[in-house]
Design a protein around this ligand. Structure first.
Ligand SMILES: NC(=O)c1ccc[n+]([C@@H]2O[C@H](COP(=O)([O-])OP(=O)(O)OC[C@H]3O[C@@H](n4cnc5c(N)ncnc54)[C@H](OP(=O)(O)O)[C@@H]3O)[C@@H](O)[C@H]2O)c1
Length: 388
């Protein structure tokens, strides 16, 4: 039996699906079993790392476990959640644990490094067999923008131009599944990245293409970021460490071969993650999708006016139109929507050629630029403003 702690989290959800899908006996741990909808055959157990008494039943009969902790760095003088989980695992006779750690583990010499060194040591010093997973920034962190995107096109993003080789949690889960179910991973620490280095601004541009909206990143001043983080109760030492790492280092920007080496395929690009999760970024789009499912006569959104095109819920295949290595760019082989946009943009050009109207000629040029280079929001916006 494999226990997955954090089964409702970004990695945990993927991991239980992948393990159950390949026929393993899986137990999913959560504090709220009533909220979890796991795949068939997965056993769900209530467990809370703040309540050690309840952990014995979660670990009973388990031989391998995926561990993670959601305890905030610096929330206590030292980590408490992870050591409790490890103690429960050891008491239950678990043989091998795979820990979801962080990119640099315990290295760095600051308050963050100190916290994660202690977390990792709880596992590596436990006497259990272990594997450490050290991923960089999760692609799913983009979901922090979802509420703002639902309200409008302006998105407040701290450190908006800080690049990172962010990784799809599904890839972390796939590596965890390999480590838990195949030989040769005990005692290994896997540092992992995604396939490309993007800034949050560039990730937002990918979402803008998928949502057909002119999303704009606004970077708040550093003072405001610091004040907001401080209000969450984060100690100054951790705050300083986060700001210093983000501002002064290139941590997390290296492209690492780990995922490809372990999985035999490249890590998934941000455009793929975004296409799979785009419905989480807009309620209206989800409502539209539900409406379409309920009434097939409604037909596809495209071709039913500008508003419908803007709010269209992108299909699962939309990511294929995005260039895999140049976020926001369309692939060389455009899809039907791009072709339609290019053709329709020719109409004002031809009209302009005959009428000599500068405005129409300008709008035609903008339409072509905006269809071919959706990463240039001002041009798109000019066209939309003009069209309105
Ligand atoms: N986000 C990143 O960029 C990133 C990068 C590198 C490493 N990491 C590491 O990845 C881990 C997950 O990160 P995340 O923020 O993205 O989290 P997440 O996927 O949102 O998952 C949080 C999970 O923690 C569980 N949880 C919360 N409190 C718990 C408790 N007291 N006892 C047991 N389970 C509890 C929740 O389960 P229930 O609510 O269902 O109980 C939920 O499944 C963290 O350890 C983080 O350090 C994150």
């Amino acid at each position: 039996m494999i226990l997955v702690v954090g089964a409702s989290g970004h990695v945990g959800t993927e991991l239980i699906a992948q393990l159950a899908g390949s026929g393993h006996k899986v137990r999913a741990m959560t504090r709220r079993p009533e909220k979890l909808s796991p795949p068939g055959g997965v056993e769900v157990v209530r467990g809370d790392a703040t309540d050690p008494s309840g952990l014995s039943s979660a670990f009973a009969g388990v031989d391998r476990a995926f561990l993670m902790s959601a305890e905030n760095t610096g929330a206590a003088p030292r980590p408490t959640h992870l050591p409790r989980l490890v103690e429960a695992a050891a008491r239950a006779g678990v043989e091998h644990v795979v820990l979801l750690s962080v990119y640099s583990g315990g290295t760095g010499g600051d308050a963050i490094a100190d916290w994660h060194a202690r977390t990792e040591h709880a596992v590596t010093g436990s006497g259990l067999d272990w594997t450490l997973l050290r991923p960089g920034r999760f692609m799913s962190n983009a979901l922090q923008w979802a509420a703002q995107i639902q309200r409008g096109n302006e998105v407040n993003i701290p450190f908006a131009t800080r690049p990172s080789a962010s990784i799809d949690p599904a890839d972390i889960a796939a590596v965890a599944a390999v480590a838990l179910t195949t030989d040769g991973h005990r005692g290994a620490a896997y540092q992992m990245s995604g396939p490309e280095v993007l800034t949050p601004v560039e990730e937002l541009a990918v979402l803008a293409v998928l949502l057909h909206r002119p999303l704009r990143a606004v970077e708040p001043p550093l003072d405001a970021v610091r004040a907001a983080m401080s209000r969450t109760g984060m100690p100054d030492s951790v705050l300083d460490a986060i700001l210093a790492r983000t501002r002064d280092t290139h941590e997390g920007t290296q492209l690492l071969p780990t995922v490809a080496d372990l999985l035999g395929r490249p890590p998934r690009p941000f455009a793929r993650w975004a296409a799979d999760h785009i419905h989480l970024f807009t309620d209206r789009a989800r409502a539209h999708h539900d409406h379409q499912r309920a009434d097939p006569r409604a037909g596809p959104a495209m071709g039913r006016g500008r508003a419908a095109r803007r709010d269209r819920r992108p299909g699962r295949d939309d990511h294929r139109r995005l260039h895999p290595h140049r976020p926001g760019r369309l692939c060389a082989r455009p899809g039907p929507i791009t072709c339609a946009a290019l053709l329709s943009s020719l109409i004002p050009l031809i009209t302009a050629a005959f009428s000599g109207t500068d405005v129409l000629f300008f709008s035609g040029l903008c339409s072509i630029r905006s269809a071919s280079f959706p990463r240039i929001p001002p041009v798109k916006e000019m066209v939309w403003q003009w069209a309105r």
